[in-house]
Design a protein around this ligand. Structure first.
Ligand code: DX5
Ligand code: ZN
Length: 215
């Protein structure tokens, strides 16, 4: 059974507390929170005040996905607003090993995200240091995009790498996830599924979350 992380990017920001309540009352384990800087990705989303508010309204795990350049500058700030898992992009970190250690030193779980063009092999020498790898199954920046089919192969390769290293790493998939591909992703080795538009556009979002968990 996969962990499900609804992405708040697809929520109704005019009625955020209503959507937070929906997730709270659902079986979802995590909140997925997307931070975009308009530089690393061609979009700007939201930042610390929103995350801090969500943290005050939930006991669930806050899974924060940073799509920003030079994330090292903000590691302790995200800890302060309540991040439990902090994921940075491989493509945005020159000294990735140092960044991972800095996240863990703050008491958070450390994740690394890979863009669709980045092979999983680049993580071979840090895989044992990681708590989570996020495979982007769309190009980051926007919700509601089409799932990239090559993701299944990447998940299988990553799973093999994790097993060969005897490491404990959560494989999370982000982008275009729905009940149409959830079961196949889990079969390939996915442990956690992020879903934004599929959940929040569903006629019954909490029921949709439950269906994703059955994948
Ligand atoms: C995209 C974000 C995703 C996004 C997913 O850059 O990282 O978390 O919210 O949205 P959907 O599920 O609509 O593709
Ligand atoms: Zn995300």
């Amino acid at each position: 059974m996969p962990l499900v992380a609804p992405s708040i990017l697809a929520a109704d920001f005019g009625n955020l507390s209503k959507d937070i309540d929906m997730v709270n009352q659902s079986q979802a384990e995590w909140f997925h929170l997307d931070v975009m800087d308009g530089v690393f990705v061609p979009n700007i989303s939201y930042g610390m005040p929103i995350i801090e508010k969500i943290n005050s309204l939930t006991d669930k795990v806050l899974d924060v996905h940073l799509m920003i350049v030079d994330p090292d500058r903000y590691i302790s700030a995200f800890k302060q607003v309540g991040a439990d898992i902090l994921t940075v992009h491989y493509e945005a970190c020159t000294h990735l090993h140092r960044t991972i250690q800095a996240i863990k030193a703050e008491g958070m779980k450390a994740g690394v995200a890979l863009n669709p063009h980045t092979p999983v092999a680049v993580l071979e020498d840090v895989i044992k240091d990681l708590d989570l790898v996020l495979i982007m199954s769309v190009n980051p920046g926007f919700g509601g995009q089409k799932f990239i089919e090559n993701t299944y192969d990447k998940v299988r390769k990553l799973k093999q790498m994790i097993m060969a290293a005897n490491a404990q790493v959560i494989i999370e998939i982000d982008g275009g996830v729905s009940i149409d591909n959830a079961a196949q992703l889990v079969e390939a080795g996915a442990d956690a599924l992020v879903a934004g538009s599929a959940v929040f556009n569903a006629s019954n979002p909490s029921d949709y979350i439950a269906q994703l968990q059955k994948a």
